[in-house]
Design a protein around this ligand. Structure first.
Ligand code: ADE
Ligand code: ZN
Length: 350
């Protein structure tokens, strides 16, 4: 790990928003279907002849007033119904990559939910072809590196997850890892222990959503029974001191999504967010956007709103969060080095 000679205390708080925006960073928790902006939903609906339950962009956006995770997921799955062709998946991912590059994201690990599409009759191949073509195009034309993480929907059965894994096997080389998302409460990690064991045997990297709405026990079980390398969200870990000690000792990264947590009412306000406490406890926390089209902003909006609401967070934490995003990524040390060097330069010049 680099230890640059940076005098964090000399950096003025007024300079923070610009620094947060300009620093290079990795995004490790972005559901690509959650980057589908209302304008693109309507454009794709028209292109594909899909009828939507809302007459226009404004009324769809007005429906983005969520009370919990499920109230969001209902509208998120409805939004994804406009995705039918390979070009639709490509266009969605390219729109995200353009926004990510504007936010100085140099590497993004994208979640995708194949079951949301295959259950509507869209072939797995259509989904993966569009997304992987966008990843290659984004690297070539925008210079952003990326990886794909296939998520199993935890409200569906173990059998359905195994079927999805079977469909993914011909494309194994395009998939870096697997994750677990959708409705958390009532769908504990252990439901997918055997699928994750098979994925581990296949050499896939493992992550899971846990401790977003679900209890700390779900984080323990994601670690012990699924053997994941990262926890997505994990903010409720703070309720369990023994779990906090373990996460710190084993340096298990948490991909935290502050705007998502406020939008889905995990915290009433950003000022109540526990990110500072997670960092203080020595956890490898990162900041991410989750579903940016639905939650009020992309990664830089997450950084700037979080820092604006939490005065405990300053330049030192900004640097640490960006560094953590590289350390927690599934990219090897050699590929990460230039990003960390660029990060050091941004702070040295601040
Ligand atoms: N799918 C998309 N966003 C999600 C989230 N925040 N939690 C669980 N599943 C999701
Ligand atoms: Zn998520």
């Amino acid at each position: 790990m680099s230890q640059p000679d940076i005098d964090f205390d000399k950096i003025d708080r007024a300079a923070l928003p610009a620094l947060l925006r300009s620093m290079p960073k990795a995004e490790l928790h972005i559901h690509i279907e959650g980057s589908l902006e209302p304008e693109l939903i309507f454009a794709l609906a028209q292109r594909n002849g899909v009828e939507l339950a809302y007459p226009d962009v404004e009324s769809l956006r007005a429906a983005y007033a969520f009370t919990d995770l499920q109230s969001f997921l209902d509208i998120y799955y409805a939004g994804a119904s406009v995705l039918l062709k390979e070009q639709d998946f490509f266009d969605m991912a390219m729109a995200y990559f353009e926004r990510a590059v504007a936010d100085n994201v140099v590497h993004a690990e994208l979640f995708f939910d194949p079951q949301t599409h295959t259950d509507r009759g869209v072939a797995f191949e259509t989904v993966i072809d569009g997304l992987s073509r966008a990843c290659a195009t984004a690297q070539r034309e925008l210079g952003i590196s990326s990886a794909l993480i296939m998520c199993f929907l935890r409200h569906l059965s173990e059998e359905a997850a195994f079927e999805t894994l079977e469909q993914a096997l011909p494309f194994r080389d395009r998939i870096t890892g697997v994750g677990l998302d959708s409705s958390e409460r009532g769908h504990p990690p252990e439901k997918f222990a055997r699928v994750f064991a098979r994925c581990r045997d296949l050499g896939l990297r493992l992550v899971a959503h846990a401790g977003e709405e679900g209890p700390p026990a779900y984080v323990w079980n994601a670690l012990d029974l699924l053997q994941v390398e990262r926890i997505d969200h994990g903010v409720r870990s703070i309720e369990d001191p023994d779990l906090m000690k373990r996460l710190a000792k084993e340096q298990v990264p948490l991909t935290v999504c502050p705007l998502s947590n406020v939008k889905l009412c995990v915290y009433k306000t950003m000022a109540e967010h526990q990110l500072p406490a997670l960092l203080d406890a020595g956890l490898i926390a990162t900041i991410n956007s989750d579903d940016p089209a639905y939650f009020g902003g992309y990664i830089n909006q997450n950084f700037t709103e979080t820092f604006a609401a939490l005065p405990q967070l300053g330049a030192r934490e900004a640097y640490l969060l960006a560094l953590n995003s590289f350390r927690a990524s599934f990219v090897d040390e050699a590929a990460r080095r230039p990003w960390v060097e660029a990060l050091d330069r941004v702070f040295a010049d601040a």
